[in-house]
Design a binder for this molecule. Structure first.
Ligand code: PGA
Length: 257
């Protein structure tokens, strides 16, 4: 069986300020001073990339953004390009987060373009896919997730997928306190991996698939213990150093109290 690295990524969303960022990063860096076999990153708001990049220097924690433009450069007011993110040392860029799909019109096709731009700059896109509650209740969860994945696959191919991370984030679990049950999440992760395997079994076996949606220190161990769950994309809990560190250090297969 292929060993995949565990990856835990914080998504700060539109939170933070200079002072609280400094305190949060200092605590997370200090908490990870000892060896951990988990790779860790934080995806911060654009204006704070430089601040956080500076404060992560010398640590093992990587920097990421929460979005990237589908365009390369030019007259696209308000957009931030992949090469700009590269300038600031971003290793990761979240694309297609459900909040962007819901509020900012990010279609699966646009998400695929964004992933392609990130890869073009050596940045790993974290492509988010996931169904709404209504879609799940209609029994269409796997179909929706496969459609979102296909849009990305069509654009970047399995070579692009091999340079990406996927995040399964059921929309009904994001920021709601409702986590998918480990078996439920595992079933979807397995189906995502099987879908990629239809195109390329080796890429599928090495693909890092994160779970996101109300992950906490108390449920992370059980989720990360599942065969096809390789880590987490963490929203709310990434804003509190102890909560985030508890997730990073969660022992596989155990639910911390
Ligand atoms: P949450 O957010 O952990 O606050 O549910 C996850 C995400 O939106 O990435």
């Amino acid at each position: 069986m292929q060993q995949r690295p565990r990856l835990v990524i914080g998504n700060w969303k539109m939170n933070g300020d200079l002072a609280s960022n400094a305190a949060l990063v200092a605590s997370v860096v200090a908490g990870l001073a000892t060896e951990t076999d988990c790779q860790v990153a934080v995806c911060v708001p654009f204006p704070y990339l430089s601040q956080v990049a500076g404060r992560l220097t010398g640590s093992s924690i990587a920097l990421g953004s929460q979005d990237v433009s589908e365009f390369e450069r030019g007259a696209f007011t308000g957009e931030v390009s992949a090469s700009m993110l590269h300038d600031f040392g971003c290793r990761y860029a979240i694309v297609g987060h459900s909040e962007r799909r819901t509020w900012f019109g990010d279609t699966s096709e646009r998400v695929a373009l964004k992933a392609e731009r990130a890869i073009g700059q050596g940045i790993t896109p974290i492509a988010c896919i996931g169904e709404t509650l209504q879609e799940r209740e209609q029994g269409r969860a796997e179909e929706i997730v496969a459609m979102q994945l296909d849009a990305v696959l069509e654009r970047i191919g399995t070579k692009g997928i091999a340079a990406s991370v996927l995040a399964y984030e059921p929309v009904w679990a994001i920021g709601t306190g409702k986590t998918a049950a480990p078996e439920e999440a595992q079933a979807m992760h397995a189906s995502i991996r099987a879908h990629v395997a239809k195109h390329d079994a080796k890429v599928a076996a090495g693909l890092v698939i994160l779970y996101g949606g109300s992950v906490k220190a108390s449920n992370a161990g059980l989720l990360f213990g599942c065969a096809d769950i390789d880590g987490g994309l963490i929203g709310g809990a990434s804003l509190v150093a102890d909560d985030f560190l508890g997730i990073v250090k969660a022992k596989t297969g155990t639910a911390a109290s």
